[in-house]
Design a protein around this ligand. Structure first.
Ligand code: ADP
Length: 227
């Protein structure tokens, strides 16, 4: 549901990549985005249209060539590296196409990892990590390492991990891209349900138009413009 509080405000965003010896590549320009608290917005567009690039900019992993980005009203482009990594750790959750779980840690520890990085103790964060594992249907897998989980299960652990810090925004880049049809639909349903239950703001890049149609709103990136 949309509320009056804006989580993402991006204005006139543009991104150009400069590679030595080649002409600069302009991925997109004049991109404006406003996302309210609790909204689940899907980003569609063909491969190479710049979806990952846009997610990287909003995730403060890269800087735009033009424009401004406010997250929770904060001008994140003015932050120094330390403030930025702290903001990213505490306020942004990430889900990628591949789960990127740490193989030597259990599912529970992987879910807790952003909190451990933020300096919290496992003891303190464990109840929330267990609750989230329960919510993604993996209560009985808390002590399993990623090697003992299926692709779909691993991705559900990654979803739980994205929620652990109660971030302002979760960015998901093709979260179902590595799953078969049945698991893709299950994961998308899970994300929709959790987003509503937690009033969690989501921005999800996907080229699955059918899944995108179930989001609160869809944005389409093509030919360097967002529509
Ligand atoms: P999508 O996620 O929609 O597939 P990307 O954001 O990955 O699109 O890529 C958009 C365009 O930017 C592509 O043409 C890609 O080759 C180019 N690109 C992405 N990252 C870089 C980079 N680090 N340097 C140069 N070009 C890049």
């Amino acid at each position: 549901m949309t509320s009056s509080r804006l989580i993402v405000e991006a204005e006139n965003l543009g991104k150009r990549y400069h590679t030595v010896g080649t002409a600069p590549v302009e991925v997109f320009s004049e991109v404006n985005i406003a996302i309210g608290e609790g909204e689940l917005v899907a980003l569609t567009g063909p491969s190479g249209s710049g979806k990952s690039t846009l997610l990287h900019l909003l995730g403060t992993l890269d800087k735009p060539s033009t424009g401004s980005i406010k997250l929770e009203g904060e001008d994140v482009l003015s932050f120094d590296d330390k403030a930025l990594s702290q903001f990213r750790n505490r306020r942004i959750g990430f889900i990628f196409q591949f789960h990127h779980l740490l193989p030597e840690f259990t599912a529970l520890e992987n879910v807790a990892m952003p909190a451990l990085i933020a300096g919290e103790s496992l003891k303190k964060i464990e109840p929330r990590a267990r609750m989230l594992l329960d919510e993604v249907g993996l209560k009985d897998r808390a002590d399993h390492r990623p090697g003992a989980l299926s692709g779909g299960e691993s991705q559900r652990v990654a979803v739980a991990r994205a929620f652990i810090m109660q971030p302002a925004l979760v960015l998901a880049d093709e979260p179902t891209g590595n799953l078969d049809l049945k698991n893709s639909e299950m994961l998308f349903d899970l994300i929709l349900g959790l987003s509503r239950a937690h009033t969690q703001t989501f921005f999800i890049a996907t080229h699955n138009i059918e899944l995108a149609g179930r989001a609160d709103r869809t944005m389409h990136l093509e030919g360097g413009k967002l529509r």
